[in-house]
Write a protein that binds this ligand. Structure first.
Ligand code: GDP
Ligand code: CA
Length: 314
């Protein structure tokens, strides 16, 4: 039987995937990760979303922040700053070590998917983590003050700017990384994690071939709503949906995924939206979707897997 395939952004997805790991004993899991957030810091290739998934699933994540390695020091960056190097993107020492390895391997000619596999294996990741593409793809945020590179918008500006448009630079020429389309075609079920639909899942769907693979699915595709009670639990998803003309609700999320999903898991607080979603031909399950701890993460994963027709092992 084929893998469970999860389309994933950063923190929301990583926590959900922890639940999936806990819920499944024997099944294969393939994670298709966002690379639109990737950036180069002083020449180092940084993949924030892939690394959040990697660190979370290998037990190294700084839970409170949701990114970076728990207990990491910042001596390298402090040294650089003391020398006058002005860097606003925080990188811990252990993190820098990983970026050094990644950058060196990319420079030696390995593809990002090969490098990601190497890093996963070395850190003890049991599942298959694939960047959606090996090619360069960068999310550009259009704001009243002009176009911003994603991390400038998100970190440097604290995602305060109004978002007037989003572009995925390089997406048109990108191809899915080896194994991505194959995993989608073979999947026992497909799940879209609770991630920002526009900037975390959007870049994945923008790679030619991914949307078609989802449209051609023969198994259920289930989305878990990242919007709860009209709000995002972290990040700018709700504000961004509003300025781009989408209703900040599970219904707005469903419209973004129009034709790509069969079912949706929404929070119990949004249960009254079920009829609206069912009218769109979706099957809907309302439950507690706040992933506060391991138990809540496993619960949400269990529900999503069951909705996708997967009998969970535990
Ligand atoms: P990133 O972490 O900034 O890369 O962004 P993601 O797109 O992965 O995650 C942000 C999205 O995840 C936001 O829209 C959040 O509302 C959603 N999210 C985070 N934690 C939870 C949670 O516990 N439950 C649900 N349903 N969504 C969540
Ligand atoms: Ca992200």
């Amino acid at each position: 039987m084929g893998p469970i395939v999860v389309l994933a952004g950063g923190v929301g997805a990583a926590r959900f995937l922890q639940g999936v790991q806990a819920a499944m004993t024997v099944r294969e899991l393939t994670i298709v990760g966002n690379v639109g957030d990737d950036t180069e810091i002083a020449g180092l290739h940084v993949c924030p979303d892939l690394d959040t998934v990697l660190y979370t699933l290998t037990g190294q994540i700084d839970e409170e922040r949701g990114w970076g390695v728990r207990g990491d020091s910042a001596r390298a960056l402090e040294r650089a700053r003391s020398l006058g190097y002005d860097e606003w993107f925080w990188l811990g020492d252990l993190d820098i070590g990983l970026h050094l390895a990644r950058t060196a391997w990319l420079r030696s000619g390995l593809r990002l998917s090969e490098v990601t596999q190497r890093l996963g294996r070395a850190l003890g990741l049991a599942d298959c983590l694939l960047p959606v593409s090996d090619e360069r793809l960068r999310t550009i945020i259009e704001t009243p003050g002009g176009d911003l590179e994603f991390q400038t918008y998100y970190v440097r500006h604290g995602h305060r700017d109004d978002v007037l448009g989003i572009r995925f630079q390089g997406a048109d020429a990108a191809t899915p990384a080896p194994g991505v389309v194959e995993a989608l075609a073979d999947a026992a079920a497909i799940i879209i994690a609770p991630s920002n639909p526009l900037i975390s899942i959007g870049p994945i769907l923008a790679v030619p071939g991914i949307r078609d693979a989802l449209l051609d699915r023969r198994v259920p595709c289930v989305a878990v709503s990242p919007i709860v009670g009209g709000q995002a639990l972290r990040g700018p998803a709700a504000h961004m949906m509003r300025t781009l003309g989408h209703e900040p609700s599970p219904v707005g999320v469903a419209d973004i995924y129009d034709g790509l999903i069969d079912a949706m898991v929404i929070d119990q607080i949004d249960a009254e939206l079920a009829t609206d979603l069912e009218r769109r031909g979706l099957s809907v399950h309302a439950t507690d979707t706040i992933m506060r701890d391991a138990k809540a993460r496993q619960h949400l994963a269990n529900v999503a897997l069951e909705v996708a027709g997967i009998r969970v092992g535990k």
